[in-house]
Structure formats: structure tokens, C-alpha cells
Design a protein around this ligand. Sequence first.
Ligand code: SIN
Length: 345
Amino acid sequence: MSSRNQDTVAQRAGTVRVLGTGGTIAGTAPVGAPDNAYKAGQLAVEELLRPLLPDLGGRIHQVQALQVAQLDSRNMGHAVWQRLAAELQAGQDDPTVVGQVVTHGTDTLEETAVFLQGVLRGTKPVVLTAAMRPATSNQADGPKNLRQALHLAADPAAQGLWMAFGGQAWPAAQVRKVHPFALEAFGGGDGPPGALWDRGVWVWLPPTDERAAPESAPWPDTSLAPMGPVAMPSDVEHWPRVEIVHSHAGADGRLLQTLLADASVQGVVVSATGNGSMHDALHQVLQQAVAQGRLQREQVLVATRCTRGWVVGTPEHGWPVAARLTPAQARVALMLRLAAASPRA
Ligand code: SIN
């Protein structure tokens, strides 16, 4: 599959690989049915690309499509992540490839982003994109998002992991889904986007304290970055098992005790209230688990369940916090961190 446009040969001209995993961007609804009657993950990634190719323009000389999975991302799993990471790494290592795009469902995109941020090597852009309306909708946002993602993947200023969605480019591991059905479904946890799409080009925004260099997408929380690229065990069954418990009114710690009674659970994320606080009942069960040698403090990570913002400072309970990550992202970050610390990895 190749684009016809040979006009502009810039520094990063070359092949962009597009890896499909499914999602609403590849979803279809039966003729005449409402948009919400659609099924995610129906169209092959080639079919999503075909209408875009004739006038892609710019630096993209060739587009290679690869179907890695075809699923609704609520069913995303570690085996698909493993395959996706291996394919992306092959693209990172291929000198003819200038950048890569991943089409993904919106529901777990933020988790995949943290995983890829933790395991990929190289600085070439990898751009995640998605859609909130199926491909058959007259409001379909996928084609525009995919076009913008392709351009970002070939943008000489872009490095590392990004998400292109709705005319904004975000460091991918900082995004979170904040709305279940609105077209503007993603936010950056109060962090700003790195670039805006303006009439056919990406315009990079000035650096901020939040994002020192606009063109690079760093690990979202430096306190989580001992890591560099983590080598995960080749058998996904050996990936550290990390579970999430919610702190909520009436929490009594029994669910947490049940989890800790299962020796296969290696890490616990607490989906915490407010600025990382948790119900005393959960704190006590965790303390007891440490006192009994069942857990080390590093096997616990606290993330706020608030939709916006992040945990500032160290909460009174003193457990490690995943300042900028959602609880679902913190689960992935803790899994990576435990794998990095494990001799098996
Ligand atoms: C999915 O996450 O695969 C379905 C929902 C979406 O992509 O918006």
C-alpha cells in the first residue's frame, strides 16, 4: 500500500507503519441502525487506510498496514500487548520506517499507552489513535483522527509515544478517557496537549513545566521511571499479577484480604479518594500484610480515582503514589516495575 504523493521529501520521508488492533475506529453498525448499535473491531486496518491514501501528502511515501488484533479494547489483554510491542519494536528497529501508528479502542487506550511507554526502545514516533463513532457513522471521527495520526508519525519534530485524537496530540501515557460517549472523550489529567492540528499541519505548543520539551513524550511520572525499557517475561502467564481495589465509603478491607490470601497476587493498586487518601480499613490491611511479610511497600501503588488532576505530595498514609496515573494505568506501571525488579525478566 503506498501513497501517490511524491511532492515533499523532507528529513523524515519514508514508510509509516499502521498497526490495527480494532476498536470503534474499526467498528460498523448495520445499515439503518443507530450509531450505538455498532460492533467494534470489524474493518481491517487496510480498509480504514484506503480512502486516505490518494491525498495523504507530505512526507509519507509509503504506508504499511498490519493487523495485530481485531477486538473491542475492553477485552485487551497481555498477549495482544506482547504482540503489539514486538511488532512496534520491529518498526522502531527498521531504518526504512519513519514512524508508526496504532489504531485502538478508546476504552483501554490509556493502559496500552503506559505499557508501550514502559517497554519500547527508540525515539521514533509511535502514535496511538482511536474514534468515538464507528466507521459507518455520518459523524465518524476515525478517518480524520487516523489522517492526523499518520501526519504526526511522519512529523520530524515528534519523538516517542503520542496520541492523536480530535485535533490534539498528547503524550500518550498522560491521556485518560474522561467521557463515555462525547466526541471529546479524552483529557490530559490537567496537563496540556503538545500540539494542535491546524489546517493540515501539526503546530507544536511552547514548552511548559509540565512538558519540558514539546517534541518528546516522557514517562508520565518520573517517580515511576527507574525503568527505561522493561523486558517482560516471554510467557505472559509470568507477568506480575497486580489487582486494583477501590477505596470507598463503607470499605471494610475484606476484598483486599481475600486478594492477599491468593499467593499469585504480587501487587496491589489502591484506587484512592481525593489526593490519594484511603479508608483506614484498607490502610490497616496493607500495614498488616507488610508486618506479616506478605507484601513489601513497593508492591503497593496508590492512584486517585478523581477524573482530573493528580496526587500532589505524599499522602498521610505514606504508601507510594502513582501521581499522574489513573488506577488502571497504575496497575500497568506497577506490573512493569515488578517485572523490571524480577530476576525472571
Ligand atoms: C473499544 O474500546 O474498543 C470500544 C470503544 C471505543 O473504541 O470507543
